[in-house]
Design a protein around this ligand. Structure first.
Ligand code: ATP
Ligand code: MG
Length: 261
């Protein structure tokens, strides 16, 4: 991303344009796992949609694999916050949806779909419809769908935000396993600082809107990462430093004064 800027046009005739992203520049290296954190409304989802070519940029340049993004492209797999599965398609058919859209031959990708579904423990559910799956299972199907066409870049917008803490941790570790096996480049948007530290090689902190890159943290925790690492001093220190950049650490919670109640 080079000096990327986004101005949303006014929504009504008397409305004002919204400067969502002021100036964002960063690189993601092939095979790297990078997280983006920042205050709500700073433009993270906007950035992701522009990267996927789903939304035009207002200035600057975004390149994927050396080519400028000019519209939707198949170099990318996307996982949104909600699974967005088609309820009238079986699990297997949902995973194969991008293949149908790209007009590729299904038989060529059947094996890959099977492999992905096995990897996330959902092969037994291949003929079921999304409504019989839990939220975590649906999100795993969405992950397989994002990977079916073997994109070099996987981008995820708070993919586990709606899941309970337990399932979320499980999904994080599963994602790391998958990433280690496939060596995809991953750009991961999250509200959870702990999640960002646990998963990433680098964490990019965005400023409040209109956003710029506030800081970039290189996370030098050993791999493979384990859930247990969250209790280490090094982990806590990264989390604290990132928290300070986002400004959360500056909020002081006053102790309740018993005498006055
Ligand atoms: N279609 C739109 N038209 C006008 N303004 C928009 C539009 N979509 C988003 N915005 C504004 O752009 C800014 C960035 O929005 P965006 O959804 O990218 O933020 P975000 O960082 O993903 O927030 P969150 O963390 O809450 O998901 C916000 O101020 C939002 O109000
Ligand atoms: Mg968002």
């Amino acid at each position: 991303m080079r000096h990327v800027c986004k101005i949303y046009p006014p929504r009504s005739r008397r409305g004002q344009p919204v400067l969502a992203i002021a100036d964002i520049t960063f690189d993601v290296i092939q095979g790297e796992f990078v997280s983006i954190v920042g205050p709500s409304g700073c433009g993270k989802s906007t950035l992701l949609r522009m990267l996927a070519g789903l939304l035009p940029i207002s200035g600057g340049e975004i390149c994927v694999n050396g080519y400028p993004v000019r519209g939707p492209h198949s170099d990318i797999g996307i996982v949104f916050q909600s699974p967005t599965l088609l309820k009238w398609r079986s699990v297997l058919d949902n995973v194969l949806l991008p293949i149908d859209i790209l007009r590729r031959s299904r038989s060529e990708f059947k094996e890959r779909a099977e492999e992905l579904l096995r990897l996330v423990g959902l092969w037994d559910f291949r003929d079921d419809y999304p409504n019989v799956l839990s939220g975590g299972m649906q999100q795993r199907v969405a992950l397989c769908r994002a990977l079916i066409h073997d994109p070099s870049l996987l981008v995820m917008d708070e993919p586990f935000g709606a899941l309970d803490a337990f399932t979320r941790e499980e999904m994080n570790l599963e994602l790391l396993k998958l990433w280690a096996q496939r060596r995809k480049t991953v750009l991961f948007i999250t509200h959870s600082i702990a999640e960002a530290v646990l998963l990433s090689d680098r964490v990019i902190v965005l400023s409040p809107r209109p956003s710029v890159v506030d800081s970039i943290f290189v996370i030098q925790l050993p791999r493979p990462r384990t859930a247990h690492m969250q209790y280490s001093d090094a982990f806590q220190e990264y989390a604290q430093r990132i928290r300070e950049r986002i400004g959360i650490a500056r909020v002081v919670v006053e102790p309740v004064d018993d005498a006055s109640s």
